[in-house]
Design a protein around this ligand. Structure first.
Ligand code: PEP
Length: 255
């Protein structure tokens, strides 16, 4: 089945009102001519309102995280508040949340459940650390992370899940996974969906690659069969982000 290409830009904790305004205005001109690609950008919480006001309506806006419930959680934003701000997407399970902020599988699973209950689209990240790859544990780690958060999803909610395979050793390091490594891992993720959910979810769910994607390396990755787009960090804060979006317009080679 054909899956709509998806490119997400995660600005993380970077930018200012002025720099993000000019970045996003540039994207309005360079990206919105590619309706074949679903493009989503995720600024920091403090700039969500600003970026939403500046961005062209064809560019979706995502939160970078949320907590399951509104209440006494200083410094956080709840799934309900993400929805209330008119934001359709949230990134959950990012490796920086897992490994820097020590979010557990159970906490991430609760966030996914709450976000889906608000009808948000969840960009769910999985991926192994370098020592885990070197110990041949890529499959085990990704499957474990998926099992913890995705096995209880209601059939109707699968359309609101995008999975991003993001090997931790490739994030922000300039050391991109080879197209073979990225294809192998995304195919494994699709096989997990087939074995543990069903064949229809496996063939319809978008699976992204993330980790040091840039304008130069994206075409070879995009050519791979199971890679439906990208989650981009550093390069999404530069004009080259539009080159990555454009790369995903090309028909896929069967590699
Ligand atoms: C990310 O943080 O999701 C990411 C992929 O970062 P980078 O592109 O900078 O490696």
């Amino acid at each position: 089945m054909s899956r709509t290409p998806f490119v997400g830009g995660n600005f993380k904790c970077t930018g200012t009102a002025s720099s993000l305004t000019s970045l996003v205005k540039g994207f309005n001109d360079s990206i919105t001519g590619y309706p074949e690609v679903e493009v989503v950008i995720a600024p920091g919480t403090e700039y969500l309102g600003l970026v939403k006001a500046v961005a062209h309506r064809n560019i979706g806006i995502s939160a970078q995280n949320c907590v399951p419930k509104s209440g006494a959680y200083t410094g956080e934003m709840s799934a309900e508040q993400v929805k209330d701000m008119g934001l359709p997407y949230v990134i959950l399970g990012h490796s920086e949340r897992r490994h820097v902020f020590r979010e557990t599988d159970a906490e991430i699973a609760a966030k996914v459940k709450a976000a889906l209950a608000q009808k948000l689209c969840v960009i769910f990240c999985v991926g192994e650390k370098l020592d885990e790859r070197e110990a041949n544990k890529t499959q085990e780690v990704c499957f474990h992370q998926m099992k913890a958060a995705l096995t209880t999803i209601a059939p109707a909610d699968w359309k609101n899940i995008v999975i991003a395979y993001e090997p931790v050793w490739a994030i922000g390091t300039g050391k991109v996974a080879s197209p073979e490594q990225a294809q192998e891992a995304t195919a494994l993720i699709r096989s997990w969906l087939s074995d543990n959910i069903n064949a229809s979810v496996a063939s319809s769910t978008r699976i992204l690659y993330g980790g040091s994607v840039n304008a130069k390396n994206c075409a070879d990755l995009w050519a791979r069969r199971d890679i439906d787009g990208f989650l981009v960090g550093g390069a999404s804060t530069k004009p080259e982000f539009s080159e990555i979006v454009k790369a995903c317009v090309k028909p896929k080679a069967k590699l």
